[in-house]
Write a new protein. Structure first.
Length: 422
């Protein structure tokens, strides 16, 4: 028997479940937008942006908050959330040292300083102890990210917030539908944000959502998203617009189109069923992997009462794989399965995507060193980067035979991994 990467037969040749999913309902909703004369909230139309309106209500109801606001991307959602919280130069925002790069970038793009803190190796989310130790008199927010297929310790972070008065900006871009103590994530922060980019559990290709219970913040978020304008209760008969100008806030165009809103409504109708299927397959896969030495799926804290899986995270004992690094093992597993299995996001102290010192407007500042990621220590993040692999969630939309293939691939690579050593 030989590894596929060494001209052997792969474990799997058949395709994986498709993602994103498009059904007849998807096409029907998109055709409704095409025929509506209202393709965006900023368009002139007597019919109005129906899908944006319905999405706001249904997402707010689903999360359990008063207000939801669609926007152009998860990064846009982060940008307007930080601006709505009046964060800027001189302010510090605590950010996990290992997640997607949009998080620290959004902070420094508003002029605030990202303070990178280490992760909890059990959850791969920000460590409460590390976050608490990083608080200074300049700390103005905690950007709490629920990462991969787990949730941050909300009990601990809410206690920190209550004790210090520092608000939580909750990033749930990887956790659509998850619950902590039977309450949806996205309902805990002063503002919460979601990405609906193509890889996410709820997707419109590109897109995002903001949530809050604060009416004043909701108005400000609208202005920041729509060039200073807010929703109108009815159409203006003079210009056929469903938005109106108000004073006080300079915004940008971060609107979401009606096509994207329709895609999100369609996906929301399937989200719970798809989350159920992913979770059932996860449990079966865990039973299969229990028979293989040196590989496990990361777990959740016991307060997680509804688990969702965005990226399926395998934690490996490298010795069971002949000491090979994660990049090598990932390439070999990918060749066996025809599925991208890859290392986690690089910690920001080592990430080529996070190089703020090379940004001209920052490098010229006398206080530029505060943005240098190298000044932080992230030993646990680096340790987990060196021991974990991630697979996309759509591999869990199949059946038991698909899970058997995943387990068989890890078993095969473990047995033959010595052949990978130089």
């Amino acid at each position: 028997m030989k590894l596929a990467i060494q001209s052997g037969d792969p474990i799997r040749r058949k395709p994986w479940p498709r993602w994103p999913i498009a059904t007849e309902d998807t096409r029907r909703l998109l055709n409704e937008v095409l025929d509506s004369t209202s393709w965006a909230i900023s368009g002139q139309s007597l019919t109005g942006p129906r899908f944006d309106r319905e999405l706001r209500k249904r997402w707010a109801d689903y999360i359990g908050v008063r207000y939801a606001l669609p926007c152009a991307s998860g990064t846009a959602a982060l940008a307007i959330a930080l601006e709505a919280m009046d964060l800027g130069p001189g302010d510090e925002v605590i950010v996990p040292g290992m997640t997607w790069v949009a998080c620290p970038k959004a902070v420094y793009n508003v002029g605030a300083t990202p303070i990178l803190v280490d992760i909890d190796p059990e959850t791969l989310c920000m460590s409460p102890e590390a976050a608490k130790a990083a608080i200074t008199d300049k700390t103005r927010a905690i950007l709490l990210v629920h990462a991969y297929c787990s949730l941050a310790d909300l009990d601990a972070f809410l206690a920190i917030s209550n004790d210090t008065g520092i608000p939580i900006l909750e990033d749930c871009s990887q956790a659509h539908g998850a619950k902590w103590r039977d309450r949806r994530v996205g309902s805990f922060g002063l503002i919460s944000v979601f990405s609906t980019q193509q890889s996410k559990l709820l997707t419109s290709g590109e897109g995002g959502l903001c949530c809050t219970n604060d009416e004043a913040l909701f108005v400000k978020l609208q202005q920041l998203r729509t060039d200073g304008q807010v929703y109108a209760d009815k159409v203006n008969p003079d210009n056929w617009m469903w938005i109106k100008t108000v004073d006080g806030v300079r915004g940008r165009n971060f609107d979401l189109s009606e096509f994207n809103a329709a895609l999100l409504l369609d996906g929301l109708s399937r989200l719970e069923k798809e989350n159920d299927l992913r979770l059932a397959n996860l449990h079966y896969l865990e039973s299969c992997l229990a028979k293989i030495e040196g590989v496990e799926i990361i777990s959740c804290l016991q307060q997680v009462t509804r688990r969702v899986i965005w990226r399926l995270i395998f934690r490996l004992n490298r010795q069971a794989f002949s000491g090979n690094d994660m990049a090598t093992i990932g390439r070999v597993i990918t060749a066996e399965l025809g599925l991208p299995v890859e290392p986690l996001d690089l910690p920001f102290t080592h990430s080529p995507l996070y190089q703020p010192m090379k940004v001209l407007r920052i490098s010229r500042r006398p206080d530029a060193e505060q943005f240098n990621p190298k000044r932080f220590e992230l030993p646990r993040a680096l340790e987990q980067y060196d021991s974990c692999l991630a697979a996309p969630h759509f591999c869990l939309l199949g059946d038991n035979s698909d899970m058997n293939d995943i387990a068989d691939a890890f078993g095969k690579v473990s047995k033959l991994s010595a052949a990978l050593r130089p």
